[in-house]
Design a protein around this ligand. Sequence first.
Ligand SMILES: Cc1cc2nc3c(=O)[nH]c(=O)nc-3n(C[C@H](O)[C@H](O)[C@H](O)COP(=O)(O)OP(=O)(O)OC[C@H]3O[C@@H](n4cnc5c(N)ncnc54)[C@H](O)[C@@H]3O)c2cc1C
Length: 495
Amino acid sequence: MRMPDPDADVIARRAAIARALRRIVPGEGVIVDEDALRAYECDGLSAYRQPPLIVVLPSTTEQVSTVLRYCHDNGVKIVPRGAGTSLSGGALPLADAVTLGLGKFNRILDIDIENRCVVAQPGVTNLAITTAVQDQGFYYAPDPSSQIACSIGGNVAENAGGVHCLKYGLTTNNLLGVEMVLMTGEVIRLGGKHLDPGGYDLMGVVTGSEGLLGVITEVTVRILRAPETARAVLMGFPDTDSAAATVADIIARGIIPAGLEMMDKPAIHAAEDFVHADYPLDVEALLICELDGPEAEVTHLIERVEAIARDKGATSLRVSTSDAERALFWAGRKAAFPAVGRISPDYYCMDGTIPRHALPTVLKRTAEMSTRYGLRCANVFHAGDGNLHPLILFDANVPDELERAEAFGAEILKLCVEVGGVLTGEHGVGVEKRDLMGEMFSDIDLQQQQRLKCAFDPGQFLNPGKVFPTLHRCAELGRMHLSGGSMPFPDIPRF
Ligand SMILES: Cc1cc2nc3c(=O)[nH]c(=O)nc-3n(C[C@H](O)[C@H](O)[C@H](O)COP(=O)(O)OP(=O)(O)OC[C@H]3O[C@@H](n4cnc5c(N)ncnc54)[C@H](O)[C@@H]3O)c2cc1C
């Protein structure tokens, strides 16, 4: 993985930068000790590691603003970091950059049941939002499997999804407002408690921007009333094709489950050994389908889903009879990544999205690649959204296995694009998919996206080396930048 060459001048100024940061964030908010920096050297994509220059842990928006302004004025890059669970290397440090951790922004600021929203600091965990409102009968719908650890700020930066996003949308569909600090230290607010902010959809731009546009310091999210009933159906199939056909048919018939997830045999066995969710072990594929809403509707929809599954050849069918049993069905799915971590020294989690009809083709070709690369692969994914998560099993201590895993993963993602899909569903581009962006976007598309980046961060200080395969200087992209009160090309008419 090639990262931008570190700036030797910045590295030489490390002690002075640390002193300046300590003046802004006193106490224990600045980390320079080599051992302590190790804790930040990677995120969830642990194949790539790099200790940061310095870690700074501010606790107020004002401190974030002053840190960014200082770094901007002194030519120092910034890598924002939430909980560090990114699977695409978005929070991977740079040798010449300050990692700015949001862990101290851990307070829920306002629970506003009347307006159905919660205002939280970005370091609050995803699950803590639901926990804070569930006694009053509400919840926050997007539920990444990492929800006990990942931060709501990181969710916004990655546009995170989860098993309930099929029906309730991803982070972007549940976000109402953000406060964000620009690299110059300016603080902006987008959206709020109200719906439909005027002007361009800048919040849409910021959601999924992977720390490249600014540092999010406050988040307002929509909360939903917990459904009257929720039940899950566990369906086992003799092959992945019949499971995939069931997924396609459920959606084609106009049923929108709250969640519709698939696991293949290696994933089922790994999850069962870890969590003991009582999954059937004699099947090749498992679907978990959750229906929620009024009791009568759920009962009706469950009957329809069961009929579809039987028609497609399901060999086992179980409907949850209590909330505890429903939670157990999900426990295996939600713990599938760590479960796979128990059966292999390392794994590489991919994240491509495809049109649902392509599921059987892509799963079959992934199995062929698995044989060709000589690496096992477990599949566990958001089948209803066509969002795949092949987990490639490898051992980094075996020479060339990481390289083979990377090549295998790249081939899967190229296949996703080939069948009409996209490189990422919810884990972001980061460093992992950066060099594959050309598979999906033309040079013109990519340059246009970079112009947007330049509008927010013309000096390219924020998270460089992520997302874009080529670093263009903003000047090359024809940016209009007001500097020292004078604008270039003053003869051009402006309105
Ligand atoms: C076991 C496991 C299961 C997972 N399951 C899912 C899943 O089901 N769905 C899903 O979508 N993801 C999943 N993920 C991936 C990950 O949890 C999400 O991408 C999550 O949103 C990252 O949040 P974080 O706080 O850990 O962010 P980090 O990893 O710290 O950062 C991620 C990116 O966001 C930027 N960033 C973080 N905070 C801010 C901020 N305040 N302002 C600006 N930029 C910021 C960083 O620069 C980086 O680019 C999983 C990860 C693991 C390890």
